[in-house]
Design a protein around this ligand. Structure first.
Ligand code: 5AD
Ligand code: SF4
Length: 475
């Protein structure tokens, strides 16, 4: 395969966007003097952490354009729906919201509605939005996010609909402002796109080829986060283990982690997502070498059946996955392991499913994110003839969930009475009398403390455990 080299969007293009941003800012200043208030934006995100982080960039650009922010559709002058299409129910939710927004737009004719993200990279979806949801003013994609100032200016100024999904390119934009949700934990994208083409997955078609950011840009961003007082970063990419192959001077993920550990003072580093086929011995070694790399790994297995893994185009067997887990645990004792599993992939037999159950029993994951297979138009698996009947899928899904929940609870039981270090993220949203935070192993801990310890590393004695979180007292 021909090597594709990723480049950075030119400074001239970024400067052009800056100029458009200032033009929208001027328009928003006129709005403010006319209405006696700043126009408000509401960004609603669907899907994965990558989308959450893209929304932080969208909000960063909007802030720069003079928008304030609100927490609901009804108060907004600009609504951005950042969409996901990895499973059908995510798409249905977005269409539900668009229907609701038709009514809102009738009440507030000045309201601007924008739709972006993975859904808008599918031509049939853009067509459907164009035909059925004429209340949508602006459509943009995942790879032209940085051109939002220009697209929004055109939407507002020319008062016409602007539909601009991404054009394929091998560029990454640097310097987009980011309005981060938290002040303790931050997302840092290290690469975009995916080249794996798992047969069930729409991501490579909507997010494009793998494109890595330059190590120097990543390091600069992390150093800035350290200066701003952040204590934890999560490096993001669809498959972080193939980082750097497309750079002019190839650097692999193990090298990048080492660079971050040696050149920044960030106390905690996490990363996701790792593809099992690409986990190198060097990476396992680097994880063990640096204490700031959290002893935690998300390693999606998808299925425990070698036959199914082959049809999913995953490039590893059940045995190879188990061997990777063995090596990871040998070098990183006590590591917390999580995974993704799909139930009901076309052609999944009872026997194939039993293989998944037995793998789950053998590995004993701390947690598994389980998904019912969703047919995605445009992927190879959508054409596979032997789709599994819904009631069989549901039965299998329930038995997998039951098995995994039992294991998660048993693992958590092992923490009863122990004292764990927790990075406090603030007051718990579900129980305002408690603080919440995470352990190095990414376990949620809700705890009581006499003083506000937000942003601090504290020791918590575990007194109660549930399937998905631990509870205790600061000691
Ligand atoms: N159906 C169900 N689950 C899917 N995933 C990706 N595509 C599909 C699909 N078509 C799951 C995989 C992946 C996670 C992010 O979403 O398990 O790891
Ligand atoms: Fe989808 Fe596979 Fe790429 Fe993950 S590695 S985003 S499942 S194609």
């Amino acid at each position: 395969m021909k090597k594709i080299t990723t480049t950075v969007v030119s400074p001239e293009e970024m400067e052009k966007q800056e100029q458009y941003s200032l033009k929208v800012r001027t328009a928003n200043a006129s709005f403010a003097s006319e209405h006696g208030r700043t126009p408000l934006a509401f960004v609603r995100t669907f899907g994965c952490q990558m989308n959450e982080h893209d929304s932080e960039k969208i909000a960063g650009m909007l802030e720069h354009m003079g928008y304030g922010f609100c927490g609901c559709f009804e108060d907004a002058d600009l609504i951005v729906l950042n969409t996901c299409c990895v499973r059908e129910n995510a798409e249905e939710k977005v269409f539900g919201h668009l229907g609701y927004l038709k009514g809102l737009k009738r009440e507030k004719p000045w309201l601007t509605v924008a739709v972006c993200g993975c859904m808008t990279e599918q031509p049939h979806i853009v067509e459907e939005i164009g035909k059925k949801y004429r209340n949508v003013d602006l459509v943009f994609g995942t790879r032209n996010l940085h051109t939002l100032p220009e697209l929004l200016f055109k939407t507002l100024d020319e008062k016409k609909r602007v539909y601009e999904p991404s054009h394929f390119g091998n560029e990454v934009a640097e310097g987009v402002p980011i309005r981060r949700e938290g002040s303790i934990q931050a997302w840092v994208t290290i690469m975009y796109g995916c080249d794996n083409y798992c047969t069930y997955c729409i991501v490579p078609y909507v997010r494009g080829h793998e494109r890595s950011r330059r190590p120097s840009d990543i390091l600069a961003e992390i150093k800035k986060l350290c200066d701003e007082g952040y204590s934890e970063i999560t490096l993001l990419g669809q498959n972080v283990n193939s980082y750097g192959k497309d750079l002019p001077k190839p650097t692999d993920f193990a090298d990048l982690l080492r660079l971050i550990c040696e050149n920044t003072t960030i106390p905690r580093i996490r990363f996701m997502t790792s593809h099992p086929k690409d986990i190198s011995d060097r990476l396992i070694g680097v994880m063990a070498e640096y204490p700031q790399i959290c002893n935690q790994l998300h390693l999606p297995v998808q299925s425990g059946s070698t036959e199914l893994l082959k049809r999913m185009n995953r490039h590893y067997t059940r045995e190879q996955y188990l061997e990777t887990v063995r090596k990871v645990r040998e070098k990183n004792p006590g590591i917390s392991l999580t995974t993704d599993i799909i139930v009901g992939f076309p052609g999944e037999t009872d026997e194939n499913f039993e293989d998944t159950l037995s793998l789950v029993e053998a590995v004993r994951f701390d947690q598994a994110y389980t998904f019912i297979y969703s047919r995605r138009e445009g992927t190879p698996a959508a054409k596979y003839p032997d789709q599994v009947p819904q009631d069989t899928v549901k039965e299998r899904f329930d038995s997998l969930l039951k098995l995994q929940n039992g294991i998660s609870k048993e693992i958590n039981d092992g923490y009863l009475g122990k004292t764990l270090e927790v990075l406090c993220e603030g007051v718990s949203k579900t129980n305002l009398a408690k603080f919440t935070g995470r352990t190095e192993g990414n376990k949620i801990v809700n705890f009581t403390s006499d003083t506000d310890v937000t942003g601090k590393f504290v020791n918590v004695k575990i007194e109660n455990v549930q399937t998905f979180f631990l509870e205790g007292t600061r000691v």
